[in-house]
Design a protein around this ligand. Structure first.
Ligand code: BJW
Ligand code: ZN
Length: 264
């Protein structure tokens, strides 16, 4: 097998070893190697096959709740069958090596938590925490992993036990505000860190995409981990071109000597 261990500049390793507060900011790319599709990657991204405006807005849910609920049930079934990958594991491990680590994710899956990360800031909500579309009452899924419905299957959402309104996925759709407490925590983590690591995001969705700029403007160094160029290339002090599952475990090993199981 080819040696794909990336080489890291000394300046990056020093920045990581001496950082007092590291903030990690993740997007869909961190879960790609777990088999969870990204949004904007050509061919494999969700938006290559589905129309965002027909699925990820409150208007879309009002117009066709069963289409939207069915799509999220398909995604929930996939996430529940997925496992954290070496990138999630390395981020959880990094928290044990630095004095303080904040983890901000745009992802609605729970793979960071399942890898052992605590206090994850979920900017775009959580797939596993649905609530009523009308009265906001939280709703619980039945226990167990659902059958994976075929793509595009309509499934009527459950009724709210309190007001009989439709239950909606617990995610933030376009045009909706981010959860205010999570946003405030994210702004604090960006402004207060000395190293900001952005992983697997195209940085095209706002206001989340402002966070790397906020960190840089407060003096933090910025590391980007992504196999493709993004809007953040010019801002980042280091661009590690590679997948999260390759780069992050190798980085933690290079900086702190913690070894990770190699993949078959
Ligand atoms: C790998 C990899 C591997 C692949 N390893 N990497 C300013 C200007 C213009 C527009 C706006 C603006 N401010 C707000 C807006 C509107 C809008 C917006 O940003 N639109 C833009 C698209 C232009 N924003 C909003 O509407 C937000 N709300 C808002 O602003 O509210 C204001 C308000 C205030 C008060 C009252 C009312 C309103 C809400 C945004 C919500 C976004 N929601 C989604 C869907 C969530 C639910 C769901 O999951 O279905 O969140 S959209 C989607 O994009 C999802 C993601 O979290 C988000 C970001 O995507 P991400 O993670 O970057 O994924 P990709 O696919 O784009 O990129 C993947 C990357 O991984 C790529 O770079 C790959 O190369 C890389 N990769 N494999 C490492 N193995
Ligand atoms: Zn209700």
């Amino acid at each position: 097998m080819d040696d794909i261990t990336p080489a890291f500049p000394d300046s990056l390793l020093t920045a990581l070893r001496t950082a007092r507060h590291v903030t990690v900011f993740t997007g869909a790319g961190v879960s790609a190697e777990s088999g969870v599709p990204t949004f904007r990657d050509a061919h494999t991204g969700l938006w290559a096959r589905f129309d965002a405006t027909a699925l990820a807005t409150p208007e879309a849910f009002e117009a066709d709740p069963a289409l939207v609920w069915g799509w999220y049930e398909w995604r929930r079934a996939r996430v529940m069958r997925a496992a954290p990958n070496p990138a999630h594991v390395a981020i959880a491990a990094l928290a044990r090596h630095v004095p303080a680590l904040s983890l901000i994710t745009q992802n609605v899956d729970d793979l960071h938590e399942r890898a052992g990360s605590a206090s994850v800031i979920h900017l775009h909500g959580r797939l596993m925490q649905p609530r009523c579309f009308r009265c906001d009452t939280p709703w619980r899924y039945p226990v167990g992993i659902p059958e994976e419905p075929e793509e595009g299957r309509r499934i009527a959402p459950p009724d709210c036990p309190r007001c009989a309104g439709p239950i909606r996925p617990g995610v933030v759709w376009f045009g909706e505000p981010l959860p205010p407490e999570e946003w405030q925590r994210a702004v604090g983590a960006a402004a207060g860190c000395d190293l900001f690591i952005t992983v697997g995001t195209s940085a095209m969705v706002y206001p989340a995409a402002l966070l790397p700029e906020m960190a840089a403007s407060q003096g933090a160094k910025v590391l980007q981990v992504n196999p493709q160029p993004t809007a953040l290339d010019a801002l980042a002090d280091w661009n590690m071109l590679g997948t999260a599952g390759q780069v992050l475990p190798a980085l933690v090993t290079a900086a702190f000597g913690e070894a990770f199981p190699t993949r078959a």
